[in-house]
Design a binder for this molecule. Structure first.
Ligand SMILES: [Zn+2]
Length: 214
């Protein structure tokens, strides 16, 4: 990582309380590949056999994609707002955004769907930006509860709507493929702010829209 990248990350963390490791440089690509070799040996295989020779390099490249959320600030996506809303002041809902993350306890995939609603306060954002916010937080090591709150709180802080509702439903491979091995079990988390927290009718409308007609 270049000093420029480190400075950017430190600045993002200071400005926005972004939850990233700042300061010391990352290990080199060679160090990361050596670590993957060690894990292959630990699993019981020979990292020098033909089929595995390029695997450490591939794994490290895939990490760049799977964990790219450490290198962007989700707030930036919400800063471009539109104010010509013709007084639209009902719920805006984007539902069933596919989400792929990794649990921070086992580093195994967590795959599910996220639904986000907000009540605009004369400001709206491009709808794809909500999906970008999800992606940025998902492409980090996560626990689902924290990610749900991060998505809701970031939208509340930056866009300042009258309220935000976020619901996440996901399968955790650390419990479907190992451990207690319960395929099909999914976890549901939600965070509500502002009017969604206060208004039971609005909350019900959100959950009805999200859970019915899927
Ligand atoms: Zn786990």
């Amino acid at each position: 990582m270049s000093p420029y990248d480190n400075a950017l990350r430190a600045e993002a963390a200071a400005d926005h309380d972004v939850d990233v490791k700042v300061g010391g440089p990352r290990p080199s690509r060679e160090d990361a590949e050596a670590a993957v070799r060690t894990l292959i040996e630990w699993a019981g295989d020979d990292p020098d056999r033909e089929g595995l020779l390029e695997t450490p390099a591939r794994v490290v490249r895939s990490y760049e994609e799977l964990f790219k959320g450490y290198h962007s600030d989700p707030r930036v996506y919400l800063e471009r707002i539109f104010e010509e809303t013709e007084d639209y002041h009902d719920m805006v809902l984007l539902k069933n955004i596919r989400m792929e993350s990794h649990c921070e306890h086992h580093m195994l995939p967590v795959i599910g769907r996220v639904s986000i609603a907000y009540m605009p306060n004369n400001r709206v954002v491009g709808v794809s930006k909500l999906a970008r916010v999800v992606e940025t937080f998902a492409k980090r090591l996560q626990i689902q509860e924290k990610m749900t709150a991060q998505v809701a709180n970031t939208i509340q802080d930056v866009l300042q709507p009258k309220g935000v509702a976020v619901m996440v439903e996901a399968e955790h491979q650390c419990m479907t493929t190992r451990g207690v091995c319960k395929p099909g079990a999914s976890m549901v988390t939600k965070t509500l702010t502002g009017c969604f927290k206060e208004d039971a009718e609005l909350r019900k409308e959100f959950f009805d829209l999200v859970t019915k007609g899927n």
